[in-house]
Design a protein around this ligand. Structure first.
Ligand SMILES: Nc1nc2c(c(=O)[nH]1)N[C@H]1C(S)=C(S)[C@@H](COP(=O)(O)O)O[C@H]1N2
Ligand SMILES: [Mo]
Length: 200
């Protein structure tokens, strides 16, 4: 079950407020986690890239960060209908992380894995966008544990469930295998502007 997200300040829903259809604008940044924060040991933190790559790569936190920190300003739209329009994220771009490996020509999709059993699937095309990053900071502050520290994915052009928290790896795939929510009825794409919420 999803945690309570607190009281949403209802703004004008939809495009008038600059939000996608069916969304309400909030200034808050609610926490939305399925279950509890996963059990992981920060001392063992490692990020793995595997699947359809020339060879598996495992990097520690320092190496990951040294890839280079970029800043992205973007919107955040949760499928439970809150949108937070202004967010400044700092982190490592997904496309920069991919420079660590040589991607097989049949790799078209990725599963982003997390500590715990959460995961999300998207096409590589979407993930290679200039605004997709593994964030370490939000609005100038270190990401808190409940928001996914030490590292969380941010995919601004998709609903929030695709912005996986506590990430620990990328698996490259030739087929679009569903992730945690996608195998429970959530849309494979999740574009908020097309209202791709659930598959009935
Ligand atoms: N590992 C993990 N990542 C997750 C979730 C989760 O339950 N577990 N919830 C998702 C959902 S539904 C949303 S809307 C966003 C919310 O991010 P926030 O809690 O930082 O606001 O995280 C996403 N990432
Ligand atoms: Mo969400």
């Amino acid at each position: 079950m999803l945690n309570k997200i607190g009281k949403i300040t209802p703004g004008a829903p939809g495009p008038e407020a600059g939000a996608p259809p069916g969304q309400f604008v909030t200034e808050k940044f609610p926490v939305l986690t399925e279950g509890s924060i996963p059990d992981f040991n920060i001392k063992d933190w490692a990020f793995t890239i595997n699947g359809l790559v020339d060879k598996q790569v495992v990097v520690d936190y320092e190496t990951f960060i040294s890839i280079g920190i970029k800043t992205v300003q973007s919107e955040f739209h949760c499928v439970t209908q809150w949108s937070k329009l202004q967010n400044i994220w700092e982190g490592v771009l997904f496309k920069d992380v991919m420079k660590l490996v040589s991607i097989a020509s049949n790799a078209k999709y990725a599963m982003v894995h997390c500590f715990g059993d959460y995961s999300i699937n998207l096409s590589l095309d979407v993930l290679m966008d200039d605004d997709v990053l593994f964030a370490v900071k939000h609005d100038g502050e270190d990401i808190t544990l409940e928001h996914g520290a030490p590292l969380r994915l941010v995919v601004p052009k998709r609903y929030g469930w695709k912005s996986a928290k506590w990430v620990n790896g990328i698996e490259l795939m030739d087929e679009n295998r569903p992730g945690f929510w996608e195998s429970r009825g959530y849309h494979m794409e999740g574009d908020p502007w097309k209202e791709e919420r659930f598959v009935i």
